[in-house]
Write a protein that binds this ligand. Structure first.
Ligand code: MG
Length: 255
């Protein structure tokens, strides 16, 4: 029955936090959350929030919204198209996305991220939610020109700061149906993407099953479930927000 989990800097150490309103209960390990052995309770405004996970991998889904496939005039894929982003691309809430000089077109992509809670391999769809810790907001920042130029996506998806995630994880018992959440991207106060996770082509259990047949999923690994229509470019000075119903808002600044 944990609701919101964050990570914070506390006495120069990376710690976990459980958010209760304006308060954050600080724990020196994830295991201690279960036994409720917290170090201290502090006001959230006094803490520096970190990215809520340090994943061993981020598995992203290519085309996974019906409305996005229509927008692109593309056929609905028969199987999920997956790619990876490196752990080094992660940044947290209120951190900077740094535009690389080697790209002249960097796009935002609002996505619902699933955070894994338990190690698993060959997970059947019917058991998939047992492996979920919770959900958070994700921005799959992409150098669109390099994606087209290279033909494969590693360079375009992997720059440092290209995986904003957060601000916290909302645990799965708070979100009984993750396929019924409004998702928005807001660029400088203008709504650019506006959809609902009911439009996902491949469901979360399907994705967990499909991915875990290929690679072992570890605790705190992230699955980014794909983006709805309306992707577009970022420029220096922008403020970009991913807002997901029942989770919250991930805010980043573009440099
Ligand atoms: Mg994406």
């Amino acid at each position: 029955m944990i609701l919101k989990i964050c990570r914070v800097m506390y006495k120069n150490k990376k710690c976990f936090g459980v958010i209760d309103g304006e308060d954050v209960y600080i724990f020196d390990s994830f295991e201690k959350i279960e036994s409720n052995e917290y170090l201290e309770c502090k006001k959230m405004v006094k803490l520096k929030l970190l990215a809520p996970v340090e994943p061993s991998k981020i598995v992203c889904i290519g085309l996974n919204y019906v409305d996005h496939a229509k927008e692109l005039g593309m056929k609905i894929p028969e199987e999920p198209i997956i790619f990876l982003k490196p752990p080094s691309s992660v940044v947290g809430d209120r951190e900077y996305i740094i535009l690389p000089s080697s790209s002249s077109r960097v796009d935002y992509e609002a996505e619902l991220a699933v955070v894994i809670g338990k190690r698993g391999k060959n997970i059947p769809e019917k058991d998939a939610y047992k492996y979920v810790l919770g959900y958070t907001c994700f921005n799959d920042v992409t150098a669109r020109d390099l994606q087209k130029k290279d033909g494969q996506w590693t360079r375009s998806k992997s720059f440092d700061t290209f995986a904003p995630i957060g601000p916290w994880i909302v645990t799965k018992d708070e979100i009984r149906n993750p396929h019924k959440l409004d998702i928005k991207l807001i660029l400088n106060n203008e709504i650019k993407q506006n959809s609902n996770t009911k439009n996902l082509i491949f469901s979360i259990p399907k994705l967990i099953s499909f991915i875990s047949e290929i690679m072992t999923l570890e605790p705190f690994d992230v699955i980014a479930t794909g983006t709805p229509p309306g992707v577009g470019p970022l420029k220096r000075g922008d403020t970009v927000k991913v807002h997901i119903e029942k989770i919250g808002t991930l805010t980043n600044y573009v440099l």
